[in-house]
Design a protein around this ligand. Structure first.
Ligand code: C5P
Length: 284
């Protein structure tokens, strides 16, 4: 038996770092949006736990978040057998796209199936939150408003229709060849808890002029000041006609939002020319 599952990445539509907490984490609020750029995870039954990965640069031992997720699931449900996991990596990691977090969530879901665990959603959520702040989002709906460390989630709803929010734009994600350490990005950011707009209202307005005026990722200014290559990547997207462009998470990924598919296609090409790894939801 072989089970497979995609592990899609996310972008952040706005991100407010509200305050530093006594436990060293930060309270934040953000809108997570799942995107089509995805890794692929496969699992087969096995006596013990093994992992392979298409990218030789990634560790496949106990340091890998997929292996950590599998171990957490084994412990929580008293599972004594293992599995052979294979991860086909497509999403750049350490880029603010949640790639590793999504792989971990996909591991929880895939092995729950493989091991027939019938795991209640709240137990999976708790295991996910223990693996990383972004992991629980990848167990849930396509778009969510997140608070706390990022683990308190409510599905993002379209106020006009009462249905789950659906992103209506052409999207280009560009990852410049720069690495931003998340912990360092948190050190650079100045938390602010008051006077923040309601990210849900801003995002669901689908009004890009309003996004430009009100949708802020607090990491963006300090991270772009420290890494000019990231600012340059965002400039490429804006010059190609993005109605909105911003940093995702703590970077280095930036994304551009476009009303017109032709502009998105041109932006994707320009970002590739500029040396970025690029994904777009627009067909070539
Ligand atoms: O939860 P995760 O392991 O992804 O977080 C990595 C690091 O990012 C944490 O050790 C912490 O320094 C920082 N972090 C934070 N506040 C958050 C999420 C992460 O300070 N809400």
């Amino acid at each position: 038996m072989l089970l497979e599952r995609l592990a899609p990445a996310k972008i952040n539509l706005g991100l407010h770092v509200l305050c530093r907490r006594p436990d060293g984490y930060h309270d934040l609020e953000t809108v997570f949006l799942r995107i089509g750029w995805a890794d692929r995870l496969a699992a087969r039954p096995g006596a013990d736990l093994r992992m392979t990965c298409s990218d030789p640069a990634l560790p496949t031992d106990e340091r890998n978040l997929c292996v950590k997720a599998a171990r957490a699931l084994q412990r929580a449900f008293g599972v004594t057998h293992g599995a052979a996991l294979h991860l086909e990596k497509h999403v750049p990691y350490g880029a603010g796209l949640g790639g590793g977090s999504s792989d971990a969530a996909a591991t929880l879901l895939l092995l729950s199936d493989l091991w027939d665990l019938d795991a209640p959603p709240d137990r999976l959520h708790a295991l996910a939150a223990g693996l990383g702040s972004d992991v629980p989002f990848f167990l849930g709906p396509e778009a969510a408003f997140a608070t706390g460390r990022g683990e308190h989630l409510t599905p993002l709803m379209d106020p006009a229709t009462g249905t789950p929010y659906r992103f209506p734009f052409a999207l280009v994600v560009a990852v410049p060849p720069v690495h931003v350490a998340t912990v360092e990005a948190y050190r650079l950011v100045r938390p602010r808890a008051t006077g923040r707009p309601d990210l849900r209202a801003v995002v669901t307005s689908n009004d890009l002029a309003r996004w430009r005026a009100e949708l802020v990722n607090d990491f963006e200014a300090p991270v772009m000041a420290a890494f000019p290559g990231i600012r340059a990547a965002r400039e490429v997207l804006l010059k190609a006609g993005a109605g909105y462009a911003a940093l995702s998470g703590s970077g280095a990924a930036v994304f551009g939002v476009f009303e017109a598919e032709a502009a998105a296609r041109a932006a994707a090409e320009a970002a590739r020319q500029a040396g970025c790894r690029v994904w777009t939801n627009v067909a070539p």
